[in-house]
Design a protein around this ligand. Structure first.
Ligand code: PLP
Length: 296
């Protein structure tokens, strides 16, 4: 199915404080963010007209910028308000949103303290396509060849563009082999995360998830830990060796885009999505609904 290229859509993008027609939201080829990955972003979803955990996403965006040594020139309140305006201006209710901040084009060399920091916010329709039943079939993952690096080599807590280079490479390799995604190990050989989502494993009423000490501690991940406990599961965060996957019955990914996605296979290890996946897919989809709608 042909999809409209991302730069050819209709709508409005919030760009440095102005609503700009979608196709006009451009930047120069000599932009520092493009050459040196001085760019941070968020992926957040609106459900029923409200962005789930908007303030947490906005705070992570500001934190990511600080981690890359730049200050986004808008307050958290201003960014939250801009996100709401983007939804309203585009008449969106259920949408994926992409705030992105980057260093501009005043100078083009490694140091860039004086370059302007830009912020843009786009949103588009990206519904949850799968019913619970479809999700419960599970997706197939292979092992990635690339490893999540040590915190001493990259700012691993930032949601920064440069960290996605190995994610794109790993996802391409997985797709070439017919898999939906790849599961990455970390620099020590422990299980880390998928290319854009965190991972959980289930054995009975016990859930185990990798300790996020060198990769993104996802907002969905933290939400899921709370929901799992509320649903009677114990949750342990610890280092997991790949061979331990043989001991688990269920596996699922979590992320803003992935929501809760059951997994049926990781390389040589097989899983059967069952009670835990069903309970947590449903608990998450209920949790993300705006409070007012959920109360009705
Ligand atoms: C590499 C990576 N890990 C984990 C996540 C999950 O994070 P969140 O639940 O905050 O969307 C994402 C998605 O943003 C991601 O890109």
């Amino acid at each position: 199915m042909a999809t409209v290229p991302m730069d050819q859509r209709d709508g409005w993008i919030w760009y440095n404080g102005e609503m700009v027609p979608w196709k006009d939201a451009k930047l120069h080829v000599l932009t520092h963010g493009l050459h040196y990955a001085s760019s941070v972003f968020e992926g957040q979803r609106a459900y029923g007209g409200e962005v789930f955990k908007l303030r947490e996403h906005t705070e992570r965006l500001i934190f990511s910028g600080k981690t890359l040594d730049f200050t986004i020139p808008y307050s958290a309140d201003e960014i939250d308000e801009a996100c709401r305006q983007v939804l309203a201006k585009n008449n969106l209710v259920d949408a994926y949103m992409r705030p992105v901040a980057w260093r501009g084009s005043e100078t083009l060399s490694v140091p860039a303290r004086d370059n302007k920091v830009h912020l843009a916010i786009a949103a588009w329709v990206w519904p949850s396509y799968f019913s619970t039943e479809e999700r419960l079939k599970g997706i197939r993952l292979c092992w990635a060849d690339w490893k999540r690096p040590s915190p001493e080599t990259i700012p691993c807590k930032a949601k920064a563009a440069g960290l996605y280079m190995i994610c794109t490479l790993s996802k391409h390799a997985a797709m070439d082999k017919g898999y939906a995604d790849a599961l990455m190990l970390d620099y020590r050989g422990y299980v880390a995360e998928a290319t854009g989502a965190n991972v959980f494993f289930v054995k009975g009423k016990d859930i185990t998830t990798p300790l996020p000490d060198c990769f993104l501690d996802g907002i969905t991940r933290r939400t899921l830990i709370g929901l799992a406990k509320a649903n009677g599961y114990t949750v342990t965060e610890r280092h997991i060796k790949p061979e331990e996957l043989a001991e688990f019955d269920e596996c699922f990914l979590t992320g803003t885009a992935a929501e809760v996605t059951p997994v049926s296979e990781v390389g040589e290890y097989k899983f059967t999505p069952a009670d835990a996946c069903r309970t947590l897919v449903e608990a998450y989809m209920s949790e993300v609904q705006p409070k007012q709608a959920a109360a009705e």
